[in-house]
Design a protein around this ligand. Sequence first.
Ligand SMILES: Cc1cc2nc3c(=O)[nH]c(=O)nc-3n(C[C@H](O)[C@H](O)[C@H](O)COP(=O)(O)O)c2cc1C
Length: 164
Amino acid sequence: MAEVCTSVAVVTATADGRPHGATVGSLASLSLRPPMVTIALDQHSNLLARIRRSGRFGVNLLGAGQADAARAFASPAADRFAGVPWYPDDGLPRLRHAPGWLVCRTHRFVTGGDHVLLLGLVTRVAGSRTAAPLVHGRRTFGTHSAFTHGTHASLTDRIAAFAR
Ligand SMILES: Cc1cc2nc3c(=O)[nH]c(=O)nc-3n(C[C@H](O)[C@H](O)[C@H](O)COP(=O)(O)O)c2cc1C
């Protein structure tokens, strides 16, 4: 599966008043009406435990220049938010420089082997129209070359169009 390029997002939750976030490459579009996405999280993921408690999560779609943030939010560091500007949006941690933002409510948790497929209802979408996305393939961060020429609608624009 390392051959399959993915988007890169930092999924966040707030639990006990504290922010939490982890890097995911498993974000996928699920439904248009209502707008829904899925994310696969390891059964032992700390983020999953927090999302189960709060019933909500945020998705920060990372931009081409944010590989360091992707690495930070995949690391065992105690405070992954140190050095990454963020603020609360709808009560969820939003990274200041991430080009895309989804607010989601949990709909269902489906166990699949050692992961859990989280089905989320998208309640809000925001983002930049022009930023190039961060892409991950063959364990390498990069971007989609067509986006760097600015000729394609961004992922968040397309999600917003579907949600209308
Ligand atoms: C590019 C990339 C994509 C990742 N995608 C996922 C994913 O989809 N699901 C997952 O459970 N972990 C994924 N990880 C690993 C988690 O970010 C990592 O295990 C993190 O420490 C989990 O944190 P948590 O225990 O606080 O949830 C990914 C890591 C990277 C670098």
